[in-house]
Design a protein around this ligand. Structure first.
Ligand code: HEC
Length: 309
């Protein structure tokens, strides 16, 4: 039996369980009829059916069904039982009689039942509600500490373009000859003047990145990139202080590209328990603008991105 009732046999298992239960019902009912001269009242049949269904769905079926599904099933079953009981005048009158008798207190016994029910029902509902929403005893602190710089994924997809973080480079960190400005070229990078109207290469891109920054980011990250923008203190955590040696200075440029693209919303779970308000800029900026604003942030703070080695 045990091997037969294993998970993964849902439909067969369900049919069998229902079949067996139905058989027990029929045999039991015939037995009661034979012994007492009359069958169970409709209401009792309905209640038994309801209980049997609940037991099967809640405790027998495996793998267990989600509770939302259980509520749907039980709702449907309640409806069907109600329809069945009220299908004809005789059974309806018979079924509602005990309920009406209890409500109006027809006999001392009914009055007793009514008194108990009127006390027990509110208490029961109150207890059920309380236990379902009360925090568990010894409520634990969130176990994870906040990881400010979560581990980046191997590769990311930004606007349908695939980026391997280890090998990607900022396409705008290139000098006039198109050569990538690697470690060792810091001086050249910071000495540039983006206000020069004839600026070319990365100097021009720094300027364009600055435009992106002052159009989108300074409200939060501040004019000086110090995380003290005018909206900054409405957020928890407050926006990153990009001028602090602990933020972008510690990071590879592709990591920064990743964080700007995905924002707080699409960051990995470790960045919780507080959700950062950093918007996912891939939904608002072009890929080029994200690279350029990263370039600008490094230029303005005079940090050089960390390299992979
Ligand atoms: C609504 C406010 C808001 C705006 C607008 C905003 N940011 Fe942020 N930003 C944040 C918050 C909050 C964080 C997360 C701080 C933290 O995790 O401690 C953050 C984090 C960052 C980080 C990650 C720094 C790190 O150390 O990992 C970068 C990079 C960044 N923002 C760049 C930008 C850029 C570029 C823009 C504009 C295109 C921008 N932000 C616009 C609020 C904002």
């Amino acid at each position: 039996m045990a091997t037969f009732w294993r998970p993964g046999m849902m439909p067969i298992q369900l049919l069998l369980t229902i079949g067996v239960t139905f058989l027990i019902f029929v045999i039991g009912h015939t037995f009661i009829k034979k012994t007492f001269g009359r069958g169970l009242p409709m209401l009792a049949q309905g209640a038994l059916t309801w209980l049997a269904a609940f037991t099967i769905f809640k405790f027998v079926i495996s793998p267990p069904i989600p509770s939302s599904l259980l509520y749907i099933y039980m709702g449907l079953i309640t409806l069907v039982i109600g329809l069945f009981i009220s299908a004809n005048e005789v059974s309806w009158t018979e079924s509602k009689k005990p309920i009406v008798d209890t409500l109006i207190g027809a006999t001392p016994l009914h009055r007793g039942v009514r008194a108990v029910a009127f006390i027990a029902l509110p208490l029961g509902f109150g207890w059920g509600t309380y236990t379902s929403i009360a925090p568990p005893k010894n409520f634990p602190e969130p176990p994870e500490l906040r990881t400010v710089h979560p581990a980046p994924p191997q590769a990311i997809k930004v606007q349908d373009k695939q980026f391997t973080l280890q090998t990607s480079k900022n396409p705008f960190r290139v000098d006039v000859k198109g050569e990538y400005l690697d470690v060792g070229k810091e001086k050249e990078f910071f000495a540039s003047n983006p206000f020069d109207p004839n600026a070319e290469g990365y100097v021009k891109y720094v300027k364009e990145g600055g435009e992106v920054f002052f159009r989108n980011c300074h409200f939060c990250h501040g004019d000086n990139l110090d995380g003290r923008g005018m909206f900054a203190f409405a957020f928890r955590p407050i926006p990153a202080n990009l001028a602090d040696p602990g933020t972008i200075a510690q990071l590879q440029e592709t990591f920064v590209f990743w964080r700007i693209s995905k924002g707080g919303m699409n960051a990995p779970r470790e960045i919780n328990p507080w959700d950062s308000a950093m918007p996912p800029w891939e939904e608002h900026l072009k890929i080029d603008d994200i690279w350029k604003v990263a370039l600008f942030e490094y230029w303005h703070t005079e940090f050089f991105p960390r390299t992979w080695d």
